[in-house]
Ligand binder design. Structure first.
Ligand code: ZN
Length: 300
């Protein structure tokens, strides 16, 4: 990882904006950091107000069975987070404590729970809308914590972060239009905050040999665009993603359009921590000294 990213993280720690936990990618947030995140969230709300979206919020964990149907394990097994709990008896508890006291791996005493950590904020939504959609489809507003196991010293690569999304579910053309309109809208929104942004076709880190094929397919079909901006790493960082899923969720979760076809979906996802970090990197660590044109938009 570039030294610039490590130095930036040290600055964030020193300024108290991020709070160290001892685990790379896992941080506390200060009041100032959160005020920036909340302002970005409000800005996203305004930008998507015309959707009159249905607001839904899910916990950062989701049913294991739903997770299996999202196909995430096939594409990104290395980013997955599973929840395990203790369900043993007194003897197993004693064994666990003995392992703990000896500094050994006590997690061997745990078993998988019925839930896993969310990889994307929109994943828990799809099984809740199984069935027929109204004409014109529906738009949902989702916001929640996601987990992706990619611990790094670059502060923009957090293992726990929030994603604010507008998800369209409906006809194939409408889903594609949702994605395309948000590429423009979100690019303008981020540029309006003084960020040097560019929309590019995404190159997701699909896992393994099968992953090369999935990555080529994603690129060739241009399913996912990212709005990137230089933050602290060697390459620009994605701060917003605009995804066309086609029938990836409509199929397994049996979501139908008004005329009975398999529904297509698309989502825009604002990586609110990354946007906050881009602002802090671009305009300085003290929002009180940011350009008036930027603070005027964030705190009108
Ligand atoms: Zn999504």
């Amino acid at each position: 990882m570039a030294d610039g990213a490590v130095a930036f993280r040290d600055e964030l720690f020193s300024a108290g904006l991020l709070i160290e936990t001892g685990v790379d990618g896992l941080y506390g947030r200060s009041q100032i950091f959160e005020s920036v995140v909340e302002a970005i969230d409000r800005l996203a709300t305004l930008a998507g107000a015309h959707h009159r979206a249905t607001v839904v919020r899910f916990p950062p964990i989701m049913p294991r069975a739903v997770f299996e149907q999202t196909d995430y394990l096939r594409s990104f097994p290395d980013l997955t987070g599973s929840i395990h709990t203790f369900r043993g008896d007194d003897r197993e508890h004693a064994r666990l404590l003995a392992r703990l006291d000896r500094g050994e791996d006590w997690t061997a005493s745990l078993t998988p729970a019925a839930a896993v950590l969310c990889s994307a904020a929109c994943h828990p939504l799809y099984p809740t809308i199984t069935g027929r959609l109204p004409a014109g489809g529906r738009v949902f507003d989702v916001y929640g914590y996601c987990f992706r196991h990619e611990p790094a010293t670059d502060p923009t690569r957090m293992i726990a972060f929030r994603m604010r999304e507008f998800v369209h579910v409906g006809d194939p053309d409408d889903a594609e239009e949702h994605r395309d309109q948000w590429i423009t809208r979100a690019t303008d929104l981020m540029a309006g905050l003084g960020l040097a942004v560019e929309a590019v076709v995404a190159n997701d880190p699909f896992f393994g040999r099968l992953g090369t094929m999935l990555a080529n397919n994603q690129r060739d079909e241009a399913l996912k665009y990212e709005i990137v901006t230089p933050i602290a790493g060697e390459r620009p960082t994605a701060i917003v993603s605009c995804n066309l899923h086609r029938d990836h969720f409509g199929g397994p979760f049996e979501i139908e359009t008004a005329d009975g076809a398999v529904a297509h979906s698309a989502c825009v996802g604002f990586g609110v921590e990354r946007i906050a970090l881009a602002l802090l990197r671009t305009h300085g660590l003290d929002p009180d000294h940011w350009p008036a044109a930027v603070t005027g938009r964030l705190w009108p």
